[in-house]
Every structure is written in structure tokens, then in C-alpha cells.
Unconditional design. Structure first.
Length: 131
């Protein structure tokens, strides 16, 4: 189980974050928070969350009928995050600079929160897919 989750984390999460890390490296400046806001204020993490959640749901749906209630709960949570991330990105992408409530900081921190929950729910799907 630990080997499967470690492999999933390295090849799904870390590899998915490489473009953002490379972008952070290329942006001039040295304050980490400002660099993070500059790099993630267009909703990129929302796209990554949707992709990671979709892949985890695919693994969960293809698994056996054991622990069905747990799989339904975790799968529903993951699907909810997938929908939130998708709708959030659509909203951010369609209103660039037009919405006064959507500051770059709000987009970045909202994206980070959804991404963090997406990692937890996707990891849970991957863990339960074994059963």
C-alpha cells in the first residue's frame, strides 16, 4: 500500500507540479509568497486538481466491489472536488481581471486549498482502489 501511494505521489503529484516549479524558478524576485501568487494566479492548480482527481476516480471505479460504502464516500468527495476545480477554473479563465473579488491572492489560495483537498481525496481513492 505504501509503495503504491508513494509511486502515485511521485509520478502524479510531483511530476504534475514540475511546470509550476520551473515557472517559479524563471520569475525574477526572491519573496516566496509573491512568487507563488504570480505563478498560480491563473488557476493552474485547479486544472491539475481536476486531472489528478479524474485519474484517481478512474482507478477507484475500476476496482472490485469490496468496501463499497467507503469507496462511495471517498469517490463522491473526489468527484465533488473535481467539479469544484473544473467550475473554478472556468470562472477564473472567463473573467480575467473583471471580477473585483477575484484577486490574484484569492485565486492562488483558493486553488491551493482545493489542490490540497484534491491530493487527500485522490490519495484515498488510490488507496481504496486496492480493495
Amino acid at each position: 500500500m505504501a509503495v503504491k501511494l508513494t509511486r502515485w505521489f511521485i509520478f502524479s503529484i510531483v511530476v504534475a507540479l514540475l511546470p509550476i516549479w520551473f515557472h517559479l524558478y524563471r520569475i525574477p524576485g526572491n519573496e516566496p509568497l509573491a512568487l507563488l501568487i504570480t505563478s498560480c494566479s491563473n488557476g493552474e492548480l485547479l486544472l491539475m486538481t481536476a486531472a489528478i482527481s479524474g485519474a484517481a476516480l478512474g482507478a477507484l471505479i475500476g476496482s472490485g466491489p469490496n468496501m463499497l460504502v467507503a469507496k462511495l464516500v471517498v469517490g463522491s468527495g473526489c468527484m465533488t472536488l473535481l467539479l469544484l476545480a473544473s467550475m473554478g477554473f472556468a470562472y477564473v479563465a472567463s473573467t480575467p481581471g473583471q471580477d473585483i473579488l477575484l484577486t490574484p491572492e484569492a485565486i492562488t489560495f483558493g486553488s491551493l486549498a482545493i489542490f490540497a483537498f484534491g491530493i487527500v481525496s485522490s490519495g484515498s481513492c488510490i488507496a481504496l482502489a486496492k480493495y
